[in-house]
Design a protein around this ligand. Structure first.
Ligand code: HEM
Length: 535
C-alpha cells in the first residue's frame, strides 16, 4: 500500500474514533450529566420528600404500573393510598405525578383561582376535543367559561325539564318493550342512549341522529377512550410523533374522525334548521320586511325554547365576531357531548343498581315519590323535583361510591404549600376523588350504600371538599345543575313505573372499570317489573 494511502486510512480511523467519542459523549455522557444535575434539583428533592414507592433511575415506577387498566387504577387508588397515605408521588419514567386523596390537602389547589392549568396528560385527548373548555387555560379559558356559563344558569336549565321528561319516558317505553322478551335487562346501553338523546336535544340540537349513527358514535367513543388509557399507561405512546407511527396511532386517527363526524352532522343539522326557519320567515313576511325585522327574528330564534342553549351561544358568538372559530365550536360540541352524557349515564345506571340491591332504600324513595306524585305517572315539574330530597341523597351516595370522574388533574404553575409539604411549580397533581369518597374518616363503613349520610343533619360537620364529584373551585363542572336535574327527572320517571331488583342479592357489588370516566365492566343487569295501577 502506498504511504499516502496508509496515512489516509490512519487519518480516517482517527476521525471515526473522534466522531465515535463525540457521538458517545453527546448520546450518553451529556444526558448522564444532565440527569445527575436534575436528580439533585430542588424540583426532584421536593417531589421525593413525599412518600411513595421506590423508583428506578429513568424508569421510575413504570415496571410496577405496566399492568392492565383495572390493575393500574387499583394500585393508584387503593394499594398505594393505603400504603403511603393521602399524599404520595409516583414516577412515570422521569415525569412525577403527585397523588392526593384528602380534602384538606387538595383544597389549596382546587380552591385557587390561579391554579387552573391542566397537565400534559389531558393533551392526549386533544385530537378529539381540541381546544375546548376542558383543555384550554389562562385568559382563553376564562373568556370561554364566561361565554358558556349563561347556558347553564338555573332558569335556562329548568326550561329543559320537558325534554328530560319526554326522553326518559321514551326510555321507559323501551324498557317495557324489552321486558316482553326477558325480565332481566342490561340497563347501561339503554340509559346511555337516553343520556345522549337528552344532551343532543337540550344543549346541542333538536334532532338526534339515526340509531346506526348513534351506535357507531358510542363504539368510536369507547375506542378513543381505550387508546387514551393505553397512552396513559405506556408513557412512550404519549410522545406524539412516535405514537403517530404506531398502528394504534393510525387506528386512533380513524376512531377520532368517525366520532367527530357524528357531532359535525349534529351541528350541520342545526345550521340547516336555522337556515330553513329564516327562509320560511322571509317567505311569509317578504316585501315590506326590513333588515331590523330580520335581525329581530334571528334574535328570537336564538332565544326560543326550541333552540338549544349551548350551540346557540357558540353560533351567535362566532357570528358576532367573538374569538371563536368554526373548529372551536366543533371542539366544544364534542366536549359537551362526551362530558355531558357519559357521566350522567353511569350515575343513572349505578343509582338504579344500588337501589335494586337495597330494597329498604327503594321503599323509602317510593314513599317520597308517592307523597309528591300520588300514584300518577304525570311529568315531573321543577317544583316536584325540589321535594325529592331522599332521592337526592341516593344520587349523592351513588356519586360518592361510583364517582364518574375518578381523577382530576392540575399542573402547578406555582409552588403550593399543603399540609407539611411544599409541592414544586411544574409538578403534575392527580386528585383521587374516588379514594377520597371512600375515606372512612368521613364515611364510616365506606363500602356501604347509606343515602342517609347526605341528610343535612349528617352533612354539616363534613369538610366541604370531602364530597366533590363535580370537582370544586373555579374550574368545577359547568354542567352540575343540568346533571342533577336530569338525573332526578329520569329516576323519578323510571322508579314510578318499575320495581328494580337484582337476580342474586348476595352477589358482591360489581367491579367498575375505568376509561376516562368510570364504566360498568360487565354492564348493569337488573330484574325489572312493571308497577301496577298508574293513572
Ligand atoms: C354526573 C354528572 C357529571 C359529573 C360527575 C361531572 C364531573 C365533572 C368533573 C369532576 C369535572 C372537572 C374535571 C377537571 O377538573 O378536570 C367536570 C368538568 C366539566 N364538565 Fe362535568 N360532570 C357531570 C356532568 C356534566 C354535564 C351534564 C355537562 C354538560 C352538559 C358537563 C360538562 C363539563 C365541562 C364542559 C367541564 C369542563 C369545565 C372546565 O374545565 O371549565 N358535565 N365535570
Amino acid at each position: 500500500m502506498e504511504p499516502y494511502t496508509i496515512r489516509r486510512v490512519i487519518m480516517f480511523g482517527i476521525d471515526v474514533f473522534r466522531i465515535k467519542w463525540s457521538t458517545w459523549f453527546i448520546l450518553f455522557i451529556v444526558p448522564i450529566i444532565f440527569y445527575c444535575i436534575w436528580i439533585r434539583s430542588r424540583f426532584v428533592r421536593l417531589v421525593n420528600a413525599l412518600p411513595g414507592p421506590k423508583q428506578f433511575p429513568l424508569l421510575g415506577n413504570l415496571l410496577e404500573l405496566s399492568v392492565d387498566y383495572d390493575e393500574f387504577l387499583r394500585i393508584l387508588t387503593s394499594d398505594w393510598v393505603r400504603k403511603y397515605g393521602s399524599i404520595y408521588r409516583a414516577w412515570f419514567t422521569v415525569h412525577p405525578v403527585i397523588f392526593i386523596a384528602s380534602p384538606e390537602l387538595l383544597e389549596p389547589i382546587l380552591g385557587s383561582h390561579s391554579l387552573i392549568s391542566k397537565p400534559k396528560e389531558y393533551q392526549l385527548l386533544k385530537a378529539f376535543i381540541g381546544n375546548s373548555l376542558a383543555l384550554i387555560t389562562g385568559d382563553r379559558w376564562k373568556n370561554r367559561r364566561r361565554l358558556l356559563t349563561p347556558a347553564f344558569h338555573v332558569q335556562h336549565v329548568n326550561s329543559f325539564v320537558n325534554i328530560f321528561n319526554e326522553k326518559s319516558v321514551d326510555t321507559a317505553r323501551q324498557m317495557e318493550h324489552a321486558l316482553d322478551v326477558r325480565d332481566e335487562l342490561d340497563v347501561f346501553p339503554i340509559v346511555t342512549q337516553c343520556a345522549l338523546d337528552i344532551l343532543c336535544e337540550s344543549s346541542i340540537g333538536r334532532k338526534t341522529r339515526s340509531q346506526e349513527e348513534k351506535d357507531l358514535y358510542f363504539q368510536n367513543l369507547h375506542k378513543v377512550q381505550m387508546v387514551f388509557m393505553e397512552r396513559l399507561v405506556k408513557p412512550w405512546l404519549g410522545i406524539d410523533w412516535l405514537f403517530q407511527l404506531t398502528n394504534l396511532g393510525c387506528l386512533n386517527k380513524h376512531y377520532v374522525a368517525a366520532a367527530r363526524s357524528f357531532t359535525d352532522a349534529v351541528i350541520r343539522d342545526r345550521r340547516e334548521w336555522l337556515k330553513m326557519e329564516m327562509e320560511k320567515y322571509r317567505d311569509q313576511g317578504a316585501p315590506q320586511e326590513t333588515q331590523d325585522d330580520i335581525v329581530n327574528h334571528e334574535e328570537h330564534l336564538y332565544q326560543s325554547r326550541e333552540r338549544p342553549a349551548l350551540l346557540d351561544i357558540l353560533l351567535k358568538a362566532s357570528e358576532d365576531g367573538e374569538m371563536i372559530s368554526e373548529d372551536d365550536i366543533k371542539d366544544e360540541v364534542n366536549l359537551f357531548m362526551v362530558a355531558g352524557h357519559e357521566t350522567t349515564a353511569i350515575t343513572l345506571s349505578m343509582c338504579l343498581y344500588l337501589i335494586a340491591k337495597h330494597p329498604e332504600q327503594q321503599k323509602l324513595v317510593m314513599q317520597e315519590l308517592r307523597q309528591v306524585f300520588d300514584d300518577s305517572t304525570r311529568p315531573c315539574s321543577v317544583h316536584d323535583l325540589g321535594q325529592l330530597s331522599y332521592l337526592e341523597c341516593c344520587l349523592k351516595e351513588t356519586l360518592r361510591l361510583y364517582t364518574p370522574v375518578p381523577f382530576i388533574m392540575r399542573y402547578l404553575t406555582e409552588d403550593v404549600q399543603t399540609g407539611d409539604y411544599n409541592l414544586p411549580k411544574g409538578a403534575t397533581v392527580a386528585l383521587i376523588l374516588y379514594s377520597m369518597h371512600r375515606n372512612p374518616l368521613f364515611y364510616p363503613d365506606p363500602e356501604c350504600f347509606k343515602p342517609e349520610r347526605f341528610l343535612p343533619e349528617n352533612s354539616i360537620a363534613r369538610h366541604q371538599y370531602a364530597f366533590i364529584p363535580f370537582s370544586a373551585g373555579p374550574r368545577n363542572c359547568i354542567g352540575q345543575k343540568f346533571a342533577i336535574l336530569k338525573l332526578k327527572v329520569c329516576l323519578a320517571n323510571w322508579m314510578r313505573r318499575f320495581h328494580f331488583s337484582v337476580k342474586d342479592p348476595s352477589a358482591p357489588l360489581f367491579v367498575p372499570s375505568v376509561e376516562v370516566t368510570l364504566k360498568p365492566k360487565h354492564g348493569v343487569h337488573l330484574v325489572i317489573k312493571k308497577r301496577s295501577a298508574k293513572r
